[in-house]
Design a protein around this ligand. Sequence first.
Ligand code: FMN
Length: 410
Amino acid sequence: MAGGWFETVAVAQQRAKRRLPPSVYGALVAGSEKGITIAQNQAAFGEIGFSPHVAGHKPNRNLATEVMGIPISMPVLISPTGVQAVHPEGELAVARAAANRGTIMGLSSFASKPVEAVVEANPNTLFQIYWCGTRDQILQRLERAKAAGAKGIIATLDWSFSNGRDWGSPWIPEKLTVKAAAKFAPQALKRPSWLLDFVRSGRVPDLTAPNLHEPGGETPTFFGAYGEWMNTPPPTWEDVAWLREQWDGPFMLKGVVRVDDARRAVDAGVTAISVSNHGGNNLDTTPASIRVLPGIAEAVGKQIEVLLDGGIRRGSDVAKAVALGAKAVMIGRAYLWGLAANGQAGVENVLDILRGGLDSAVLGQGKSSIHELRAEDLVAPDGFFLRLGEDGLDDRATQHRDPAPEAVRS
Ligand SMILES: Cc1cc2nc3c(=O)[nH]c(=O)nc-3n(C[C@H](O)[C@H](O)[C@H](O)COP(=O)(O)O)c2cc1C
């Protein structure tokens, strides 16, 4: 860890930018269209303020909680992401870091490492699936995850295949063939430390999706799997209920932004939802997830666990989400920057930063536990919070003006 330590997630991002070939960095930045949602996910946390006390702080503070029946040391989980081939150890490094810091690993079905190895690295792994392929194929993936020992499922259903970015999408090869490697070489050679990690590990960046491998078939490439997904008819609510029935354990539906959908998720029998806009990678101009959290938590928070993801870069963001009704948050880019900057130690570093910031917020607010954090202790502009999908769009939505997207994509 010596030398590689960083003090904030923003510093980790700067290191990642310097260290990664531009197209790999661009794949992590992701976003879509004009990048409004990705920018606002982060900016929205800056619009919510604390009201700290001057004395009477509590000397001991409890940050631990439980999500989907799994005790965790703090309310921060690893959200599934599909491009961890940014580091030779990829998801294994992330899973180990999460285990060392006492939290849950979310593993993408588009991940570069097999679920069996990831569960071995972190027994508290949730396996993420998309509605992709036939029901039989989906069942086979669930059965494989079950056999591997995954503790639960995350079904991500918010994807609507937006594509194109105003700042240009990174070039990523379908397969790392000699021709593709030659095209990629000029940018990789300008990033020797990243390249050296792969050379030392004796591997090339993995662009396949081993968790979508079918018995007797070939392991699909990332883009092959994406094509299959695009050609799958989108799920109905009956499909969601069917999917939930196929897994006899904790089940999270990820990607909810509307109150009516949250209620339908309850009807479908889910254990948890994540209030999420896919980190701003999907339908651009969807509001920041933190703005729709309180309405959803109020509507269904007594029946199911409500989590949030999108824009978390600091422990204070975690404290705000918990105060506004989230049982816990999931992080995406924050740990990807840590992974790119310093491998497993970088992910541990990010989790430590979030823990430290969360503890400071709990201390400053005069609480002895995250469970005492309350919305009343926060300040936010009028009309900031939205209830989408209930009595139409909330008319207060018109009062609040979002700040211009900052340069979070740079
Ligand atoms: C590069 C990248 C890849 C992602 N891949 C997946 C995925 O495979 N499955 C999934 O459910 N979500 C995926 N997500 C979304 C994350 O799980 C999460 O919702 C999002 O990153 C949260 O926003 P944040 O990055 O601001 O923390 C991905 C996000 C990024 C940035």
